[in-house]
Design a protein around this ligand. Structure first.
Ligand SMILES: CC(C)(COP(=O)(O)OP(=O)(O)OC[C@H]1O[C@@H](n2cnc3c(N)ncnc32)[C@H](O)[C@@H]1OP(=O)(O)O)[C@@H](O)C(=O)NCCC(=O)NCCS
Length: 169
C-alpha cells in the first residue's frame, strides 16, 4: 500500500524519473516530440530543494510505495506576480504506470490541506493549454478556470497556460 509524506533529498532521482515520464506521456502532442524524448531526469533533480523548511519557499510531498515514488505535488506561496495571499499548486505529477489508482486525488487533497494549513484561503494553478485530462481532473476537484492565460518558459520550453482557481475551506 502507498502513502503520502514530505519529499526527502534522497527522493530526488525517483521524483525526477516520475517528472520526466509523466511529461513524456501527459504532454505528448502538446509539446514537440523531440523535446519530450530528450528530457533527462538528471537535469530536473539538480533543481529540487527537498528537505528545506522555509515556509516562503515551495515544498513537495510524494506518494511512495515500497521505496518507489508513484507521484508528487509541489505547493507554496504563489509567484510574485500574483495577488498577495494566494497559495499555488506548482506541480502535480503521477507516474503513468500508476494513473487511475487515486494517487492524484490523494496528492491533491494533501496539497490543498497543506495550503490551507499555511492560512491560504484561495489557491491557483496553471495548466498547459490543451491538457484536457488534467483540466477534467481539476474541474472534478472543484477548480474553476478564470480564462487568464500566459506564455512562459518552463524547463527550457515555451508553453501556453490557463489559470485555475479554487477556494480553500
Ligand atoms: C492528472 C493526473 C495528476 C491525475 O492523476 P491520477 O492518479 O491518474 O488520478 P486519480 O486516479 O487520482 O483520479 C482520476 C479520476 O478522479 C477524478 N477526480 C479527481 N478529483 C476528484 C474529486 N475531488 N472528486 C471526484 N472526482 C475526482 C478525476 O476527474 C478522474 O476521473 P476520470 O478518470 O473520469 O477523468 C495524472 O494523470 C498526471 O500526472 N498526468 C500527467 C501530468 C499532468 O498533466 N499533470 C498536471 C499538470 S498541470
Amino acid at each position: 500500500m502507498w502513502s503520502v509524506r514530505p519529499a526527502r533529498p534522497q527522493d530526488a532521482a525517483a521524483v525526477a524519473g516520475v517528472h520526466v515520464r509523466s511529461w513524456q506521456m501527459g504532454y505528448r502532442g502538446l509539446l514537440p516530440a523531440d523535446y519530450l524524448d530528450g528530457l533527462r531526469p538528471e537535469d530536473r533533480m539538480s533543481r529540487y530543494t527537498f528537505g528545506q523548511s522555509d515556509p516562503d519557499l515551495a515544498s513537495t510531498i510524494v506518494a511512495a510505495e515500497d521505496g518507489a515514488i508513484l507521484g508528487f505535488a509541489t505547493t507554496g506561496p504563489s509567484s510574485a506576480d500574483e495577488a498577495e495571499g494566494r497559495g499555488e499548486l506548482f506541480a502535480l505529477y503521477v507516474d503513468p504506470d500508476a494513473w487511475g489508482r487515486g494517487v492524484g486525488r490523494r496528492l491533491m487533497a494533501e496539497a490543498r490541506a497543506r495550503l490551507a494549513g499555511q492560512r491560504f484561503t484561495e489557491a491557483v494553478l496553471w495548466v498547459l493549454v490543451g491538457n484536457v485530462r488534467a483540466e477534467r481532473f481539476y474541474v472534478a476537484d472543484g477548480w474553476v478556470s478564470d480564462d487568464q492565460q500566459r506564455r512562459q518558459e518552463i524547463w527550457g520550453v515555451a508553453v501556453d497556460e490557463t489559470r485555475y482557481r479554487r477556494r480553500l475551506p
